[in-house]
Design a binder for this molecule. Structure first.
Ligand SMILES: [Fe+2]
Length: 210
């Protein structure tokens, strides 16, 4: 291979892996639907802010403290976030990354989630419990996108402005919280079944705040 004279700087890492306990995934999906049935406040909020879907983003954001099953999933996610932090090369100065919020997203055909980032958090991510055929992927935007100006497009595969990650049941995706992302519209097609996922944020805590 020809030796390059350039150095690749400032990479954006997107972490993905899989959780092997399918039984727990099924039980967690049922639990999500149970929360949605009981969460009047969250359903009202979603009617206005999350059409064709339900999210507990504004009502139940501590799943790991409410349910032993979610606590189990949260402990596994903690372990994967620790690996991601190592891969990112974070110097946590004796501190650690701690889950702060953990909430449910249920999307039905017609639902979408426009581009956003997660302010004040360090690492964020989503774990997928139900991904019916035809349900949308998550799309990440190159964090440099607003500064590209007169830059031509890049020929190399995977170097576009956006990166699409297609989720499957039991998959986990992690990213630094400043990376903008969206979930395009869930188009009514082969399936009318809900796409169910849980999302979370981690913050960096110093040793004296443990
Ligand atoms: Fe998000």
């Amino acid at each position: 291979m020809k030796k390059l004279r350039s150095t690749a700087l400032f990479p954006t890492l997107i972490f993905s892996t899989r959780f092997k306990d399918k039984k727990l995934c099924r039980e967690l999906a049922e639990e999500c639907e149970g929360f949605a049935r009981l969460d009047d406040q969250g359903r009202k909020w979603s009617l206005v802010n999350y059409p064709h879907g339900y999210t507990s983003y504004a009502s139940i954001t501590d799943l790991h403290l409410r349910s032993s099953q979610f606590e189990k999933l949260g402990r596994w996610i903690d372990s994967q976030v620790a690996i991601f932090a190592q891969e990112l090369g974070y110097d946590l100065k004796g501190g650690r990354l701690r889950m702060t919020t953990f909430w449910i997203n249920i999307m039905k055909p017609g639902a979408s989630h426009p581009f956003h980032l997660h302010p004040l958090s360090t690492v964020s991510g989503t774990f997928y419990l139900k991904t019916p055929p035809g349900c949308p992927a998550i799309r990440f935007e190159d964090p440099r996108a607003t500064q590209f100006m007169a830059r031509p497009s890049i020929l190399e595969k995977g170097s576009g402005l956006f990166h699409t990650y297609k989720p499957s049941e039991g998959s986990l995706v992690l990213f630094e919280s400043f990376v903008r992302h969206e979930v395009p519209s869930y188009r009514a097609g082969k399936s009318t079944k809900p796409r169910i996922s849980v999302s979370f944020n981690y913050e960096w805590v110093q040793p004296d705040r443990f």
